[in-house]
Design a protein. Structure first.
Length: 128
């Protein structure tokens, strides 16, 4: 039984490293898409609507909405965070960047997608 538990631990660690490698390969492409305001590339694979809590905004309803209002959703502040910060992996395999601004705490999330990709999974706003 102890051998089985050790094998499970090794398998879990290997899976985390594998997922981390995929994120490390994917992240620079996402950063470039964000820097170029390429809404379709930023939203590749997203299942709309997605939560997007930023002031009066609460969600993004569709790819068309995101594309037409990209600068409203992906503000210069968010673009700067993506350009300068490295996401951290959460225990559930989702990556996030968290920062404080205007007396609130914001987090942007990226979840594993199909194959070796990740998907923008939303933005949350809350008290620090």
């Amino acid at each position: 039984m102890k051998l089985f538990a050790k094998l499970l631990c090794i398998a879990a660690l290997a899976h985390q490293a594998f997922a981390s490698d995929h994120f490390t390969a994917w992240w620079p492409q996402f950063r470039i898409a964000a820097a170029n305001s390429d809404a379709k590339a930023v939203a590749a694979g997203v299942h709309f609507p997605i939560p997007w809590e930023n002031g009066k905004i609460h969600d993004i309803k569709s790819l068309e909405d995101f594309s037409q209002n990209f600068s409203r959703y992906f503000t210069p502040e968010i673009a700067k965070i993506v350009a300068t910060k490295k996401p951290e992996r959460l225990p559930n395999g989702i990556y996030s960047i968290t920062w404080k601004a205007r007396g609130n705490e914001y987090s942007i999330y990226f979840e594993p997608g199909p194959g070796k990709t990740f998907i923008l999974d939303g933005l949350s706003e809350g008290p620090p």
